[in-house]
Design a protein. Structure first.
Ligand code: GLU
Length: 483
């Protein structure tokens, strides 16, 4: 796309999810690229809720979409909650617009009312299937005169509005996929259902036009609909917006993401793993899509991504969801995150959700500093409550590992002796080990499990320093009582 094209029209882009369930990672990527493009060009990022499929409507899906957009800092300029001069932003509140547009197409002769009852359509479908053909509407109602059809409608007969779609070749320009040729050979699709609700194609085209959308940026699964949309724009005599279809998100070069994969959904990253938002955003640009001078070893802030975004650099290469890359970016995100703004609120949230006792803010700061300087593998915040780092916030609650690891030792006596020491270091532990006929390594092992309930973890001297004597004693005493 030439820069002069972009400047000619105000950039207005939309994220148009259907509230049908959990937000898919592909949906987040679509929102993200729309946002980057809008912000790069000082344009508007709009959230439009495409909720006309009432059978698939899920009550709290819109809240979840908002939650995700806020979490990732992709806040809309206009939308159901923000308002704006192009609203309403939920399609179910714009029915009159679609009805008016559908009737306009009837007046132009591009559409017609169809009164065929469901059982007739069923029969057509079944007959076609028996013959091994693709079911098509036979255009019976297209032969009704406009007057007759009007009268039947006025008499209260139920009807849908169908678009007269002759078989044809359509050609259009996609900003990523270049010139696209499509042969459209479908039966006359329904634009408006008998309950007055539009179908996707009509509502989508009307809204993109009425909301003055300059660029339609969406997943490539919608590329196959774009030919039909072009025909609709033509029927209304409207210039279509520019189309930008984003490549697929795949598991591997040959394997698609499945709906059963938990990492296919946005909530997995924030709720289950506790990944910081910019880590996921970096994962989404890791194939370099749309970023000038992309550097795969650099961790991009959202601001940098906006500044370096260039739509003409979007490629056709699919994005691979890779767990190692996610871990890498999560670690980088943790290292660059600020304590007060980014980490403290997130850690509090996670602790509260898991019903952990909330420690002093300064204690959490100390933990973060420890992790930043000593644990370069740390990236997933939820491992603070349910993973290998949960010992920061939870004291020992079982003696099983200790007993299994040292079955032949008189553990109560050893712990009792440990409690009597003034300080913990190799000088004080060595004589204690000798007295109990233990090696120093074994003694350290006992101390380690008593402190953090694990055989792994940072060097023991760092644990002593981190906890301090009082907390070390408290934990050893708890373990003693658990024995
Ligand atoms: N409502 C469609 C969806 O759920 C929007 C497709 C489009 O962006 O045109 O993804």
């Amino acid at each position: 796309m030439k820069i002069t094209d972009i400047l000619r029209q105000r950039v207005r882009v939309r994220f148009a999810p259907s509230p049908t369930g959990h937000l898919h990672i592909g949906g987040l990527r679509t929102a993200f690229f729309n946002y980057l493009f809008a912000k790069k060009h000082g344009g508007d990022f709009i959230l439009r809720i495409e909720d006309t499929d009432r059978a698939r409507f899920v009550e709290d899906a819109q809240d979840k979409i908002y939650e995700a957009l806020h979490f990732y800092n992709l806040n809309p300029d206009e939308g159901p909650r923000e308002g704006g001069q192009y609203g309403p932003y939920e399609q179910s509140k714009r029915l009159d617009l679609y009805q008016e547009a559908a009737h306009q197409l009837v007046d132009y002769g591009h559409a017609y009312r169809c009164f065929c009852p469901e059982h007739r359509l069923d029969l057509l479908r079944k007959t076609a299937e028996k013959r091994g053909e693709i079911p098509k509407y036979d255009r019976k109602c297209a032969n009704l005169t406009v007057e007759n059809a009007k009268k039947m409608a006025e008499n209260g007969e139920k009807f849908v509005i169908r678009f007269k779609l002759d078989k044809q070749n359509v050609q259009f320009q996609d900003e990523v996929f270049g010139i696209v040729n499509q042969c459209i050979d479908e039966s006359d699709p329904v634009l408006l259902k008998s309950d007055g609700f539009p179908t996707y194609h009509l509502a989508n085209v009307i809204d993109d036009r009425k909301m003055e959308i300059s660029h339609v940026i969406r997943g490539m699964e919608w590329l196959s609909s774009t030919g039909k949309h072009q025909i609709l724009y033509k029927a209304f005599n409207w210039t279509p917006p520019k189309f930008v279809h984003l490549s697929l998100i795949m598991r591997s070069a040959t394997k698609k993401l499945s709906k059963r994969d938990k990492d296919a959904f946005v909530a997995y990253y924030s709720d289950q793993l506790g990944v910081l938002p910019e880590a996921v955003l970096n994962l989404m640009i890791r194939n370099g899509a749309g970023i000038q001078n992309f550097d795969s070893e650099h961790f991009y802030s959202l601001r940098e991504m906006i500044d370096q975004f260039d739509l003409s650099l979007l490629g056709r290469r699919n994005l691979l969801l890779d767990a190692d890359a996610l871990h890498k970016y999560s670690r980088m995100a943790f290292q660059t995150a600020r304590f007060d703004d980014d980490l403290y609120p997130r850690i509090l949230e996670i602790l509260e959700k898991k019903n952990f006792e909330i420690p002093e803010k300064e204690h959490i700061r100390k933990i973060v500093e420890f992790l930043k300087s000593k644990e370069e593998n740390f990236g997933f915040l939820s491992s603070l409550t349910s993973g290998e780092f949960n010992w920061f916030f939870s004291r020992p609650h079982s003696s099983q590992l200790l007993c299994e690891s040292y079955p032949d030792q008189d553990l109560p006596r050893i712990l009792q002796a440990l409690l009597k020491l003034e300080t913990y270091n190799s000088e004080t532990l060595e004589p204690l080990a000798k007295r109990h006929q233990l090696t120093l390594a074994k003694t350290m092992g006992i101390v380690r499990i008593s402190l953090i309930g694990s055989k792994k973890g940072p060097p023991i001297s760092e644990l002593f320093e981190f906890f301090g004597m009082e907390e070390c004693r408290k934990r050893i005493e708890i373990m003693r009582q658990l024995l």
